[in-house]
Design a protein around this ligand. Structure first.
Ligand code: SAH
Length: 370
């Protein structure tokens, strides 16, 4: 028994004119439904179908009357990025090259661990930062990704592992890291909207405690991340002097180390015993000396922190080499003795160029082919 408001007739829209429901905030989806005379309850039901059950067709929404499903189908779409390729590395790291409606490409990676797994999402096609050690940084910025395209990457990962509905247990895709291509804080609004959708408890429902946003240090946006999203923060530090950081992370010329660390000290979540992660890429003979390690611990004193040491992942023509194992161990030891956990991030998925800073080759090659 359809209600009267559910059955007002309008002509169907052309495919391209239909509104994509993916990427709308809850309020926007409710408003889009209201514009058709549909109640907030209908929006809530559809939200649940899209983000809890992961359905891609209105026809699968079996709690809705057939008439209503047809009407929704005539006005709206539920988008998914296309998977241009999916590769699984020897260590089970999986990488998706996803293709958007304008044929731009981005990469998402799943990094499995024993009892959990993080999905690494991209926020931009290309990047503006030109960090010297990063392969993505050599690809110019093409454009920001939309909320639908960011959420879509995670939905593709869930499709791939069959992890719908959201209550599916056990889950392999437990965590999310915004550490793929791009600088998330140069696309703040879209990233924030995407993360709010992902955190919604009646949908994808990944808790903010399991989401880490990594930035090279766009200082003015950091307070909003804490106040509006409350996710975990990671900082790509990589150097302990402005002189060196200016060179390898050029964004430092705009926001130098002292300002960046002040923003970290003020980060609200840092107080509730939630630590900020500092990422530090190990570059042989560049930033990996015992003196660098001691200076690092001095700089971050007072910040609840953990230091993630990332062995440099080489790429063809890279102007750096990875530090030796002994240098990395000695560095970790100094940081550790100062009271900070200092895990060395095992490179994952190097054989499919899915490791940090390697997301570029496949997407560029694919684009040239297209
Ligand atoms: N722009 C954001 C998101 C990228 S995160 C940021 O800078 O934080 C990806 C992480 O991998 C960053 O810490 C980045 O500095 C690091 N990285 C980039 N290239 C790398 C490489 N070749 N080897 C190891 N780590 C790298």
């Amino acid at each position: 028994m359809a209600t009267i408001v559910d059955s007002v007739a309008e002509p169907p829209l052309e495919e391209a004119e239909r509104t994509d429901l993916v990427g709308l905030s809850r309020a926007e989806m409710t408003a889009a439904f209201a514009a058709l005379g549909l109640s907030p309850f209908r929006a809530k039901q559809v939200w649940h179908w899209i983000y809890h059950h992961g359905v891609r067709e209105f026809s699968a929404m079996s709690t809705l009357a057939r008439d209503l499903r047809r009407r929704l189908d005539e006005r709206f779409v539920i988008s998914r990025p296309q998977v241009a390729s999916e590769q699984t590395a020897a260590d089970r790291t999986r990488k998706w090259l996803v293709s958007f409606s304008d044929r731009n490409l981005a990469e998402a990676v799943h990094i499995p661990e024993e009892d959990r797994g993080a999905v690494c999402l991209s926020s931009q096609v290309g990047c503006t930062l030109t960090c010297r050690f990063c392969h993505t940084g050599k690809q110019r910025l093409v454009r920001n990704l939309t909320p639908a395209e960011i959420v879509g990457q995670f939905m593709v990962a869930r499709d791939s592992y069959g992890e719908w509905p959201s209550s599916h247990e056990p889950r392999r895709l437990t965590h999310i890291v915004m550490m793929g291509m791009g600088e998330p804080l140069y696309n703040y609004d879209n990233v924030a909207q995407a993360l709010r959708i992902i955190m919604d408890e009646e949908g994808i429902n990944v808790s903010r405690r399991r989401i880490t946003l990594s930035t090279a240090g766009v200082v003015p946006e950091i307070p909003r991340v804490g106040a509006e999203l409350g996710v975990q923060l990671a900082i790509s530090l990589h150097a302990v002097t402005d002189e060196l950081r200016d060179r390898i992370v050029p964004l430092n010329r705009k926001y130098p180390i002292a300002e960046l660390l002040d923003a970290c000290r003020a980060y609200p979540a840092a107080r509730n015993s939630r630590r900020i992660t500092f990422e530090y890429v190990m570059l042989r003979g560049v930033n990996d000396s015992p003196a660098d390690a001691r200076e690092l611990t001095r700089l971050i004193r007072g910040i609840p922190a953990k230091i993630n040491l990332i062995p440099f992942n080489p790429w063809p023509g890279a102007p750096f080499e990875c530090s030796g194992n002994r240098a990395i161990a000695a560095f970790a030891e100094i940081v550790n003795r100062a009271g900070y956990s200092s895990p060395v991030r095992t490179p994952r998925g190097r054989d499919i160029l899915a490791a940090c800073g390697q997301l570029r080759t496949a997407s560029e090659r694919e684009r040239r082919r297209a």
